[in-house]
Design a protein around this ligand. Structure first.
Ligand code: PBE
Length: 271
């Protein structure tokens, strides 16, 4: 019944993802700033896989659901979703993903540093890898496929770089989100082509930042800025090098299926 208010229909619950994600702390902030906490709204912690499976079920039955959503992600390709308007601008308008390295990498591994510095792709590039992985392709294979299909882009990143000959070890840390699985695997493959002995290790977001700050890892590609990873950017300032944007035009917010025609703004959750 579209006239019935939304809260009771979905138990005043926003379906979220892993607790460590930036989008979860931003959503906690949104709940407070929009006065939703006072109205008993809550954010449910789960995982991306659990959230998208709950979303899939809701959409099959055309039931209402509010999720923590972001782009680029295959959820926006697979389902008709819309971001809720955010008049208080809690999530920020749009975000870029940055490449972050440990201090001293430029001197220690100039070839890897140059590659990391040049690595840049579009949401559509990233989506091509994500969709393969979502379809069941192993991430390493999906990364290799993308590299094979995009030799011109890869050649721009590696222009003038000679493969190293001493098989230096390099380690990238990442959070196992679809977007970062895609970027980290692609960069890892290109570093391998450049002769590096590459390790990638998945962990939560805070340990990813800590690993680079303590030089336990060499680089990470998970920095959604200025908002989503903003807390860690501030906390670890001075203990990493920001190589700038590797993807432009990401977006984070609350999202609902487009059939929820009367819910268009976060403020509509109060109705
Ligand atoms: N995300 C996807 C991450 C960044 C990448 C939006 C789930 C987050 O920190 O919330």
């Amino acid at each position: 019944n579209p006239k019935e208010s939304l809260g009771p229909q979905i138990n005043y619950t926003i379906t979220g993802i892993d607790a460590g994600a930036g989008i979860m702390s931003t959503t906690d902030k949104a709940l407070t700033e929009y006065g939703l906490t006072k109205k008993n709204w809550q954010l449910q912690t789960s995982s991306t896989a659990a959230m998208t499976s709950t979303l899939d079920k809701a959409i099959k039955h055309k039931q209402p659901i509010v999720i923590t959503g972001w782009q680029p992600h295959w959820m926006f390709t697979k389902y008709k979703l819309k971001f809720l308007k955010d008049p208080k601008n809690v999530y920020g308008k749009s975000e870029n993903i940055h490449t972050i390295t440990r201090l001293g990498l430029k001197k220690d591994m100039p070839t890897a540093y140059t590659l990391l510095d040049r690595f840049y792709w579009t949401p559509s590039d990233m989506s091509q890898v994500m969709l393969q992985v979502n379809g069941g392709t192993d991430p390493e294979v999906a990364a290799k496929n993308w590299i094979k299909k995009n030799p011109d882009k890869v050649a721009k990143w590696t222009k003038g770089l000679k493969p190293i000959t001493n098989h230096k070890k390099i380690k990238l840390t990442y959070v196992a989100w679809d977007s970062e699985i895609a970027s980290t695997n692609v960069v890892a493959q290109v570093l391998k082509q450049l002769g590096y002995d590459v390790t990638i290790q998945a962990m939560e977001l805070q340990p990813v930042w800590a690993s680079v700050a303590t030089k336990a890892a060499d680089a990470q590609l998970c920095a959604w800025l200025p908002n989503t990873s903003g807390k860690y950017y501030k906390d670890y300032k001075g203990q990493f090098e920001d190589l700038g944007v590797n993807l432009k035009g990401a977006r984070v917010g609350l999202a609902v299926p487009t059939y929820m025609t009367s819910v268009n703004s976060i403020e509509d959750l109060l109705k």
